[in-house]
Design a protein around this ligand. Structure first.
Ligand code: DNO
Length: 394
């Protein structure tokens, strides 16, 4: 049976990335996932910058397959301030991306204020490699004692609050500073926010609520769908990471139900999903294969990585094939979806562990070369094994 292989891609942060295009070629990826991190959120991406990035990628013999991300400005997420202008800018950026020809997929997220959230960036694994982690008690330390959010205590059980208080009162200043920095950090290479900004945003989102945020996402999508369809671009929304409420902020893209709701509410082909096993996999309520079966038709981009969950909401990033997600079952389903497509679905190994030589280097958290190389190699082998052995039983 003929199987269309998935497209192996790799996130490249641009010329400032310590991982070079040559490194990526050696890892065997064919497609690049990149963005204009130097352009402030909400501003138009100039055609010249996009072309330049595209040429750099092509000069290395690679293809720019996915834009991750064109960030959605907070004015749009909150539908306030200069949101109409920001929507114009977003549409213009999409048109400009399309002008570069060949890029058909744009990723984004609709998480309030913070992108992904972790409390620790150097959790040392049994083998000495380092992984990213969200530790629930540490998040409580930040929330209750550092951020001092009003009503934060209500979001944690009594045992967690006791542990958090003890940890905070006995912690060294350095540990507190690192925890604070980790939680406030946005996308690597982009600006972090401050405690007062975060507190102000939490208040804003309290008034918006989950339903309001859903309305704002639907409004955003409705405002850009014509532009996307006229320009041959598919939007893919990245799920919330972690996929549950944190710091009193609403979450609306954390489960199968959330995804189906938004696909149905803005029922246009360009309204698609970035299926991220790492983000969704951190939620006890999520069955990864079940989600993929439900939304698979609209999945246009895939992030593959694994997590190990702990009894509270804590989790750490596991190796790509170990952890709680059955990557074999996910890959099998992905290949089945791929068979029905004309074009290869791009996937990238999401975060990898910091390991080997990378332990001595300054790298973007989650985005060192060797851990992702290991992840990609394992995933490639998994896909090949499935293709060559059992695909015809599906
Ligand atoms: C983290 C990434 C996210 C993702 C954005 C998409 O490593 O998966 O930062 O790129 O949420 O908008």
């Amino acid at each position: 049976m003929k199987v269309h292989p998935l497209l192996e891609t790799w996130r490249w942060y641009g010329p400032n990335d310590t991982v070079t295009l040559q490194d990526i070629k050696q890892a065997g990826a064919a497609g690049i996932v990149s963005a204009m991190h130097h352009i402030p959120h909400g501003e138009v991406w100039p055609v010249a910058d996009i072309q330049k990035r595209k040429q750099e990628i092509e000069a290395a013999g690679l293809v720019w397959s996915v834009v991750e991300s064109i960030p959605v400005h907070e004015d749009i997420k909150t539908r306030s301030g200069a949101y109409q202008k920001k929507l114009d800018n977003y549409r213009q950026s999409l048109v400009n991306v399309a002008k570069a020809r060949g890029i058909k997929t744009v990723c984004y997220n609709f998480m309030p204020v913070l992108d992904w959230t972790r409390t620790q960036l150097d959790y040392t694994f049994f083998d000495g490699s380092k992984a990213l982690r969200l530790e629930w008690t540490d998040l409580a330390v930040f929330d209750v004692h550092i951020l001092k959010r009003k009503g934060a205590e209500a979001d944690y059980d009594a045992a967690t609050l006791v542990k958090a208080e003890k940890k905070f009162t006995t912690a060294e200043k350095k540990w507190i500073d690192i925890l604070t920095e980790n939680v406030l950090m946005g996308v690597p290479g982009e600006a972090s926010i401050s405690i007062p900004q975060l507190l102000a945003s939490i208040e804003t989102y309290k008034n918006i609520g989950a339903d309001g945020l859903r309305d704002n996402l639907a409004f955003f999508l409705e405002s850009i769908m014509d532009t996307c369809e006229e320009n041959g671009i598919n939007m893919t929304i990245h799920p919330d990471d972690p996929p549950f409420d944190i710091l009193g902020l609403p979450r609306i893209m954390s489960s199968k139900k959330d995804m189906l709701y938004m696909l149905d509410r803005v029922n246009r082909p360009a309204n698609g999903i970035c299926y991220c096993t790492g983000s969704l996999g951190a939620g006890k309520h999520n069955d990864l294969v079940d989600i993929l079966k439900a939304v698979g038709e609209r999945v246009n981009f895939v992030h593959l990585r694994n997590v190990t969950k702990e009894p509270d909401n804590s989790f750490y990033e596991a190796d790509h094939l170990t952890g709680d997600t059955d990557m074999y079952a996910v890959m099998k389903e992905l290949l089945a979806i791929q068979q029905k497509r004309k074009e290869p679905i791009p996937f990238r190994p999401d975060h990898g562990h910091q390991m080997l030589d990378d332990l001595n280097k300054e790298t973007f958290p989650g985005y060192s070369a060797i851990g992702r190389l290991r992840g990609l190699a394992e995933l490639r082998g998994l896909a090949l094994g499935i293709q060559r052995s059992g695909m015809n039983d599906m």
